[in-house]
Each structure stands twice: as C-alpha cells, then as structure tokens.
Ligand binder design. Structure first.
Ligand code: PMP
Length: 415
C-alpha cells in the first residue's frame, strides 16, 4: 500500500478532539448483540412443560445419546455439508470440539496414524493468515508449531499448502474457516476446496479442521456456494482427512447453543470411542429445544435473515465511514464481506499496533493488532480486525470514525 502524505498537525488536532470526547466504545470481539440474542428468546420457554421426548421416543432428560438428537442433526446436515448420519450434535461450543479433537489426537492414535500425536517429535499446523486467534491459541497451547500460509481472495494459497503438506510429515493439520472466513470474509473457491480434497499429504493422519462457523451467516442475497469438502475428499479416497465443525452460537444464543462435529465413519468411531470416556451424553434438552425452535433448514434460513436485518446496516456503516474517512487517502484497504462477523482493515505497514494504542487511549477498544496471526505477531504490523456486530449502530459509526482518526495520525507520525 502506498502511504499518502497526511498533514501531521491536522491529524494531531483531530486526535486531540477525539480524546476530548471521552468515548467508551468496544469493537473487539465477534459477539452477537442483545437484539440478535432476543431473536431466539423463544428458546427460553422451550421445550415447554411436559415436552421431553425426542422424535424417536428418547427421553431427553436422561443420560445417553452420544451422537445427539437425529432431528437436530438433520436440520444442520445441509448447511454443514455432512450427511446427518455422520454429523454429531454435542455441547454448547464448537471450539471445545476442536480442542477435544486436538487433545484426543494427541492421546489416541487417529485412523491412519502411525502413532499418537503426543509421540511425534514435532507437530505442525498450517495457519492461514489473517486468521482466527482462538484457533491459533488452541494449537499453541499444546506446543504445535504454526506455519503461516497467506490467504488470498479465493482461500488459502493452495500452492503453498500443497508444498508444505507434501514435503513435511510433521504437518498434521490446517485451520480453515471456509465460509465468510474470520476475519477476511473470504469464501473458499471450488478450486481451493477441490485441491484440499485431493492433495497429497506426507502425514497419513493429516486433518483439515474445517470450521464452518459462518455457514448460514449471510448478510446479502448473494450467497456464495461452498464446495462440499467431505464429499469431494470421500470421492478422492481421502474421507478421513476432514473434520467438520459448526455451531448455532451465532444463530441462537452464543453461550447456550449446540456444537456439531462431522466426519467419516472411521473418524466418528474414533471420536465416539474417546468422547464416551468423557461424557455419558450431551444436553439433549437443549438440542430438543433447538429442533423445536428452528424446525427445519428453511427455519434456519428465515431466522438468519432476521440477523442480517440487524447486523447488515452495521457492516454497511463500517464500509461507508471507512470510504468517507479513508477512501481517497491511500492509507487503508478493507474487506467488504457479504457474510460472517468481521471486517479486516489493512493499514500502512508498521502502524497497526500504534493505531490500536491510539484508539485505546481515545476510549475505543479494538482487537489487539497481531491477533490475526500466530503468536499474536503480524510481521507487517498492518492488519486490524473490526467486529461490528455487538455495539448498537450509532456506536459502530462512532467507533469507526474514531478508528479512521487514529489511522491518519499513526500514518502521519510515521511519515
Ligand atoms: N470458530 C470461529 C471461526 C469463530 O469465529 C468462533 C467465534 N468467534 C468460534 C468458532 C466459536 O464457536 P463456538 O461458540 O461454537 O465455540
């Protein structure tokens, strides 16, 4: 990016005026707003007094049912692109399922593996960047080395991925958010998905962590199609390389939703065998309540349209204000996602941390610069993640205008 010259005195004056306003705003985390949570308040009175039987007669109040309720698995099979029989409904979080998957692979030999991951001398995961900080933190915690791979507007740079997985058997996995990626909003192209399904891996126990967290989270009617990784990999004889994750966290209630895990039959047998040591079964009352509330795939779609009505204007505001404030400046580029929860803002190299610091001093909390990269270190110090869903629209507008003031000052001071 070219750094256009910014008048430093003007930038300082604008910033001083901003600080004087004593703002207190937060656009750090991708949380649903209270208005979005309200959309699913019907859940709070479901399944209702006297309703505790699943469609197959299971008493949801009792133990058991490790795979989750079939009626709920059916509702999400299409969106998550996993046959209902291979999709498990679990607890309230998909992140914990990803954590479980890594821990179980460390402790129990995966299908196709020569040994447990814990017995490998070195473990590596590929980390498309910019990416999701909690993915990176999870693998970092277990000493798994993260190898950055650049994201393109089609998904991860597959030439780099193919080379790394083919030449190094220590590379055991890759983090992917294939639809409306966190934080770039990119949906992986058909070619990228196909290459994931068919590529040659040196590790026989390589796994793609396909975190389809934003599968149904459209902001517009232009809904990009995502190719079906599990089907393509199965067709190519690589069914076991795919772990699919998803959840209703940003569909119903973020803290009280349902997480899903989908995979090949061999992987499921491995999963259920291990998970059965950890739980006698998931919260089926919550699963029944979700099935009754959402009803079917069309019900999910209709519900997501209501979300889009609330958060769509916030995303539009981010784009409009960035365009007004920075559009001609040459100081920033940003993504214009048509779904998901984030906008990724790129500022001049070496200024992202300073922008975040200036914003903090002016009362605007941003996700720490670098959070989108392994170990919190963005070598170019240029990417800032904007999460506009939680604050009310007026606060989003104010925060983004303030952010632009900080971008201009950081660039001016550096010039
Ligand atoms: N994956 C991605 C890509 C996310 O952005 C988030 C939430 N920010 C999660 C997973 C967390 O999902 P859950 O609530 O199901 O644990």
């Amino acid at each position: 990016m070219t750094t256009a010259s910014v008048d430093v005195d003007t930038a300082r004056r604008d910033y001083a005026a901003l600080v004087d306003r004593g703002l207190s705003l937060d656009i750090t985390r991708g949380k649903p707003s209270p208005a979005q949570l309200d959309l699913a308040n019907g859940l709070l009175t479901l399944p209702g007094d006297g309703t505790f039987k699943a469609e197959d007669g299971t008493d949801v109040r009792n133990y058991g049912g490790l795979k989750g309720l079939p009626e709920l698995r059916r509702i999400f099979a299409g969106a998550l692109q996993v046959p209902a029989g291979q999709l498990l409904a679990a607890g309230n979080s998909s992140l914990e399922l990803m954590h479980d998957a890594v821990v179980q692979a460390l402790l129990s030999k995966l299908p196709g593996a020569e040994r447990r991951w814990a017995d490998e001398p070195t473990l590596k995961f590929l980390a498309p960047v910019p990416g999701y900080d909690r993915h990176f933190a999870l693998t970092e915690r277990f000493g798994i080395e993260l190898v950055p791979v650049p994201m393109t507007d089609q998904g991860p740079d597959m030439a780099v991925v193919e080379r790394l997985v083919a030449e190094d058997s220590a590379v055991k996995g890759i983090w992917c958010v294939p639809k409306y990626s966190n934080p770039t909003g990119v949906t992986f192209s058909d070619d990228v998905v196909k290459r994931f399904a068919t590529m040659t891996t040196a590790a026989p126990d390589f796994r793609i962590f396909w975190d389809n967290a934003y599968a149904v989270h459209h902001l517009t009617d232009a809904e990009p199609a995502l190719a079906d990784l599990l089907a393509l990999a199965t067709e190519a004889g690589n069914a076991d390389r795919v772990f699919v994750f998803g959840s209703t966290s940003k569909i119903t209630h973020a803290g009280a939703g349902v997480g899903f895990f989908g995979a090949s039959e061999a992987n499921l047998a491995w999963w259920v065998g291990n998970i059965g040591k950890r739980t006698i079964g998931p919260d089926k009352v919550n699963q029944l309540r979700h099935a009754l509330f959402l009803e079917d795939e069309a019900g999910v779609r209709a519900h997501m349209r209501k979300h889009a009505e609330i958060i769509g204007p916030k995303f539009e505001a981010v784009d409009r204000i960035l365009t007004e404030e920075l559009g001609d400046s040459g100081l920033a580029t940003w993504t214009k996602p048509t779904g998901g929860y984030f906008v990724s803002l790129t500022v001049p190299e070496g200024t992202a941390k300073e922008v975040v610091r200036l914003a903090k001093e002016a009362g605007v909390a941003l996700t720490p610069a670098g959070a989108t990269h392994p170990h919190g270190d963005d070598p170019a110090d240029a990417v800032i993640r904007i999460a506009p869903t939680f604050p009310v629209l007026a606060d989003v507008e104010e925060a983004v205008r303030a952010l632009a003031v900080c971008v201009r000052l950081a660039a001016a001071e550096r010039a």
